[in-house]
Design a protein around this ligand. Sequence first.
Ligand SMILES: O=c1ccn([C@@H]2O[C@H](COP(=O)(O)OP(=O)(O)O[C@H]3O[C@H](CO)[C@@H](O)[C@H](O)[C@H]3O)[C@@H](O)[C@H]2O)c(=O)[nH]1
Length: 508
Amino acid sequence: MAFQRLSMASRPLPRLLASSPSPSLSSYTRTASHAQPLSLSLAISAVGPRDRHRSQFQRRIQLQRHQHRHYPSYSQVDPRLSRQLIRGVSAPIAQTLLVARSNKIRSPLSLSLSHSHRPGLFFSTATSPHLQTRRSTTMAVGTVLITGGTGYIGSFTTLALLDAGYDVVIVDSLYNSSKVAIDRIELLAGRRPDFYQVDITNEKALDEVFAKHPAIDSVIHFAALKAVGESSIIPLEYYRVNVGGSIALLQSMTRYNVTNIVFSSSATVYGDATRFPDMIPIPEHCPIGPTNTYGRTKSMIEDVITDYVNAQRTNLEKEGKPFQQWNGALLRYFNPCGAHPSGIMGEDPQGVPFNLLPLLGQVATGQREKLLVFGEDYPSRDGTAIRDYIHVVDLARGHLEALNYLRSKQPGVKAWNLGSGRGSTVFEIIKAFSNVVGRDLKYEVVARRPGDVLDLTANPKLANEELQWKTELTMEKACEDLWRWVSNNPQGYRQEPPAELLAAIKKA
Ligand SMILES: O=c1ccn([C@@H]2O[C@H](COP(=O)(O)OP(=O)(O)O[C@H]3O[C@H](CO)[C@@H](O)[C@H](O)[C@H]3O)[C@@H](O)[C@H]2O)c(=O)[nH]1
């Protein structure tokens, strides 16, 4: 009998299990809670017609183990391969699924399936002295640090990662966000991320968080100042926090051997793409040219990450060391909007909002008399500017897919547009939101806002193809969810959500 030991590096296994028809797989948490021991390896054996299949798998696994020789006992395995393996054993095979996590080994998940009844593939458990494990009733796919994880997009991304089986550690200064977001995440995910109130520029505090959580192997980096107008008034503060904070983060990551970074960039790095022919919808190869300080900080951070990850890879390769573990995703997103469909989680801007949809929300709730429309003299179909509005739930999923891609494909640095490909004018947004609210919302056309551009519509083809990600929720759905959020929570996180919304979550 041939045995092959492997571990799964990434991909949300719970989703795989959820899609499995096997009742025995769904019982894994019960089994895991009392199972001994928790350090396991997966042994595969095959007989009969599946032999050829099996040996192909084994060759690919061995190849990957070779590529990941820095993990002496366990290799990172292409999640698609792992998925095939799980599908391969399908329903009646597995009786026990135990999950172990290693603090020492960056590939944090191993699993064991045992006692096949089916001819063909069968699995058997074996203990491994190499793994340091912890008892767990949950199954972590990996552990991710999210900077700015209590903010708007950060909180939705935290939720998406928890739902996908990741453990999440948040650092956030709470400068422009609320800790209540964590309670809402817990209500929806059934799990709570770890939280540290840490400023992104405080390298020592970041070190302490990494030291406390050695299982972290990736970072999703949101923490930043983000008000376009303010950035031209206090530019040094924007460069210090956004660029300086990112450098502090990369330095701390390096000390703790955390080597994947997903960066929250922005479509604003393109500036006015209409200055070039045929660049709308905007592809990733459109030349960069931000038109404001905020945009320039994003573009600079993209350069910092690109240069650093490339240098780490090159330097390590020259030294004959493993280098492919260093990866970066630059996610250029278009106009995030919407809220959680439950109505208990959404954007909660401190102070005066400056984005179109939150402002429209205030008009609808009566907190604001009317919306000021910035210009109707653009060369667009109705004279107002065009943006690509993307539902925050889709956007959060984009971060998850990018993270999974980095961890499984190890591509180095890549930029992806996260947008829908559909552009809407300001008037179209006013109409869509008015439809949801059920009455016309008041507006007044005023002069153009300095720094605004005619059209920011994404060409999302690259993310569609490479990340297997595309938007699933429309701008109209975002309006509907935003209205549910603001009409039920006019004080945002400074109030309890209505009891009926909480009851609906518990029922679901
Ligand atoms: O009171 C308002 C606010 C906005 N707008 C218009 O609405 C559109 C959207 O504006 P806004 O919601 O402020 O978003 P953007 O200026 O497009 O910037 C957002 O989208 C960019 C990416 O596309 C990100 O980089 C920015 O951080 C993010 O704020 C623009 O045409 C604005 O001129 C108005 O007419 N009146």
